[in-house]
Design a protein around this ligand. Sequence first.
Ligand code: C2E
Ligand code: MG
Ligand code: MG
Ligand code: MG
Length: 283
Amino acid sequence: LAKEKGKNNYQFYTPDLDKLSMRKMELEKGLRKALAQNEFVLHYQPQVEVETGIIVGIEALIRWEHPKLGMIPPGEFIPLAEETGLIVQMGKWVLRTASEQNKKWQDEGIPPVPVAVNVSVRQIQDDGLIHDVKQILEQTGLEPRYLELEITESIMQNIERSTVILNQLKDLGVLLSLDDFGKGYSSLSYLKHLPIDIIKIDKSFIDDILELYSPGSIAKAIIDMGQNMNFTVIAEGIEKEEQVKFLLENSCKIGQGYYFSKPVPADKISDILQRRFQEMFIH
Ligand code: C2E
Ligand code: MG
Ligand code: MG
Ligand code: MG
């Protein structure tokens, strides 16, 4: 009987769980080499002024082309990179690559727009960030107003330090935006004291525009607040015409989402930027 019980214990390790943890181990191992082996690429997604269709910015989003496993989405490897601390090096690569690319486009005569880069809270906590950003701006020659750093409300975990760092970044002249706004539930009072230029309404509140019960009520409140506090407000995750109409009716000037364009490789976004306008299909 005991033997039987012992055997049964094996059932705890279901094949699925094994596969999952093996994938995680493989990714973790691969992550260390990925930078050196040039396996990361940036895709770019336009941010569009809804009234005119003019592209007013782009967001850089990292992609990992794993040699064996294929394309890995950032939702899967960014948390791993944060756990292992590799995010600091990876984040520096993203900052440099996006800045270099943006400067290159400007030199080619493409209408200049800021490039937004996601910055993890681990990078904010790292002592090297200010130096790195400064150096990257100097070395690439990109004007600071064409670099935007997207941070999340998780920086509130250490509000004193974050305030110091954000003020130093602001002093460099870069733009600062608060990504996924409204998703964290930190106190609103901090907003008044941080040098934030832009808030990006979290996709969940944009999805809610399509709901039947009091649709878009939170998005409306955020847009109002943003206007009162002189933030630029960007709505992320725009997929449907109905949502574009909502933005127009509620004076939210900028949208980003699959409705306009998915994130696309650099050569494709440069064509879009060259045209300066994003086609829209509002009837
Ligand atoms: P995020 O910064 O909030 O970026 C928006 C995410 O929503 C992107 O997913 C984008 O592809 C996706 N998205 C855009 N429009 C739509 C839409 O209309 N519908 C839907 N369903 N999704 C849309 P992605 O590229 O998979 O990135 C996920 C997250 O990973 C990002 O969320 C960001 O938090 C993180 N991330 C991406 N690149 C980097 C990076 O270079 N560094 C860091 N630290 N994090 C990054
Ligand atoms: Mg973002
Ligand atoms: Mg985010
Ligand atoms: Mg977001």
